[in-house]
Design a protein around this ligand. Structure first.
Ligand SMILES: Cc1cc2nc3c(=O)[nH]c(=O)nc-3n(C[C@H](O)[C@H](O)[C@H](O)COP(=O)(O)OP(=O)(O)OC[C@H]3O[C@@H](n4cnc5c(N)ncnc54)[C@H](O)[C@@H]3O)c2cc1C
Length: 359
């Protein structure tokens, strides 16, 4: 059965489209996440032996693409919870799985990740942002987790630190544990309802029961979990583009002159959707390089589509609260979120070179 052709899933997409989440840090997409949980979305990434569906990557990506076309902010929050779920599902620590997976499956437990300091954030700094020290009973973490989406809403934070010898560890830390200080969400350019902010760790004790992975070199490259710039991040950019193009297409009913601009963007979006599927099944002609290539292309497309919609809606689209101005702000997110250096460099190169013709 095609999960995404079901009435249940169509109903979920309609709900997400209709329950537009305000772009404010004092809002949380609880209704949207509950609707996803009710529709079984939280089971997609949980292993079968824990009651989940453990969808194939190609299906998970298609689900994310569709959900983000309806509501980017709640789907983004979902990806952070999924990243946490995957790190838990792939640990050898059975007690941690037993403690966390059933709640994640039902949607009663919300876990998020604060892991960017192990991959992208603060890589130019001499001292790791979170330092780990070994003790008789486990480890102690000290420092600042710079980014954690929904930390104020989370029961558990999947985060880690770096030991003096360079090895890293990942642990599941209750957000009410001694020494964990969740900072208020920062005001962002968009996606404010994701309630993203920093978390201070002041001598936070990590015992062996909380340890998920490591200590080891490059802990984020261990097991599955979709690292920086993974296909999941491209699925969201392609989905956000599809949402924008759907709105633009609706506009063409009244303004056929816009069709000339929507058609090539839609063709590119359809091609990237196909490429995403091929990459997920290992059939993309670019092989392993497809992951980076797709994210680069998806970033470019999501930015151009949103700006085209804004241009098409003219001054009205520039007024705060219009969905086109929101789409432009939201599209910018892909320039900074989970964006590996080569993708960023390619996007900067594209921005630096004028594509305008003189005719
Ligand atoms: C809305 C949002 C939500 C996010 N949610 C999460 C989440 O839930 N979990 C998670 O783990 N991550 C999350 N991230 C983090 C994200 O994936 C990236 O890791 C992050 O955006 C990278 O930006 P940074 O400012 O931390 O990078 P940094 O590289 O730390 O850059 C910070 C600043 O340092 C300076 N700098 C950078 N490089 C150099 C250099 N070589 N020399 C000198 N100065 C330099 C620049 O001035 C730069 O502006 C989120 C990010 C955003 C924007």
């Amino acid at each position: 059965m095609n999960l995404f052709a079901s009435d249940n899933f169509a109903l979920l997409l309609t709900k997400l489209q209709q329950q537009v989440c305000d772009d404010r840090t004092d809002v949380w997409p609880a209704e949207q996440l509950k609707a996803m949980a009710d529709a079984g979305v939280m089971s997609w990434d949980v292993p079968v032996e824990w009651g989940g569906l453990d969808l194939k990557p190609v299906d998970q990506l298609e689900g994310l693409r569709l959900l983000s076309s309806a509501c980017l902010v709640s789907t983004f929050v979902l990806t952070q919870r999924s990243a946490a779920a995957r790190r838990i599902a792939t640990t050898d620590n059975e007690a941690a799985k037993l403690q966390l997976l059933p709640g994640l499956l039902s949607g009663q437990v919300f876990a998020t990740v604060g892991i960017s300091h192990l991959t992208t954030s603060g890589q130019h700094l001499k001292t790791p942002l979170v330092q780990a020290t070994e003790t008789d009973d486990g480890y102690v973490l000290d420092g600042l987790v710079p980014w954690a989406t929904g930390a104020a809403q989370a029961d558990f934070l999947i985060t880690g630190g770096t030991l003096a010898d360079g090895r890293q560890l990942l642990a599941a830390i209750p957000t009410d544990a001694a020494g964990v200080q969740v900072q208020p969400p920062v005001e962002l350019m968009a996606l404010n309802a994701s309630q993203t902010g920093a978390v201070k760790l002041n001598s936070v004790v990590v015992d062996h029961a909380q340890l998920l992975h490591g200590p080891m070199e490059q802990v984020m490259q261990h097991g599955t979990g979709g690292g920086a710039g993974s296909l999941g991040t491209s699925a969201l950019a392609i989905g956000a583009t599809a949402g924008t193009l759907q709105c633009m297409t609706e506009e063409t009913q009244r303004r056929p002159d816009l069709r000339e601009f929507v058609a090539p963007l839609q063709a590119e979006c359809d091609q990237l959707t196909t490429d995403l599927r091929l990459a997920a099944t290992g059939e993309h002609p670019a092989g392993a390089a497809a992951v980076e290539q797709l994210r680069r292309q998806a970033n470019s497309l999501v930015l151009r589509s949103a700006q085209s919609w804004l241009a098409a809606t003219k001054g009205a689209g520039y007024v705060a609260g219009h969905p086109a101005e929101r789409a432009v702000r939201e599209s910018m997110f892909f320039l900074v979120w989970s964006c590996p250096q080569p993708v960023l460099a390619a996007n900067l190169r594209e921005l630096a070179c004028s594509g305008l013709t003189t005719s």
